[in-house]
Design a protein around this ligand. Structure first.
Ligand code: THU
Length: 127
């Protein structure tokens, strides 16, 4: 799978973000081990703590479709270069990492940058 396609889908879905409070749109696109693709955007709430991040929205769609292993995720915000996932989303991604980990794909200018989930979350929590 071409990671540029994942980023294009993350960019597209970021346009649907519901962000009346932060005005900070985020889009995410997950690629699973079965080569399936799921997108998600952030959506906020008047009770601020109930906000759902784009990454967890996309991961939730993958899980609801029966997927369990994530190979890659592209994350995008028009507001910043390299929109890194928050700590909560790093831990949620860690739960569903494939045997080769997860490639986290970010956008920097016209290019992409890459990180592994275990680099972004060393010693993630496991049971
Ligand atoms: N946000 C995400 O969607 N993903 C992250 O990893 C960090 C933060 C959203 C939540 C909120 O709607 C907005 O960005 C500002 O925090």
């Amino acid at each position: 799978m071409d990671y540029n396609i994942l980023m294009e889908k993350a960019i597209e879905v970021s346009k649907n973000a519901y962000i009346p409070y932060s005005k900070f749109p985020v889009g995410a696109c997950v690629l699973t081990e079965n080569e399936k693709i799921y997108t998600g955007c952030n959506f906020e709430n008047a009770s601020f703590g109930l906000t759902i991040c784009a990454e967890r929205n996309a991961i939730g769609s993958a899980i609801a479709d029966g997927e369990r292993k994530i190979k890659a995720i592209a994350i995008y915000s028009p507001n910043t270069d390299n929109c890194y996932p928050c700590g909560a989303c790093r831990q949620v991604l860690y739960e569903f990492k494939s045997d080769n980990g997860i490639d986290v794909i970010l956008k920097q200018g016209d290019g992409l940058t890459f990180h592994k989930i275990e680099e972004l979350l060393p010693e993630g929590f496991n049971l």
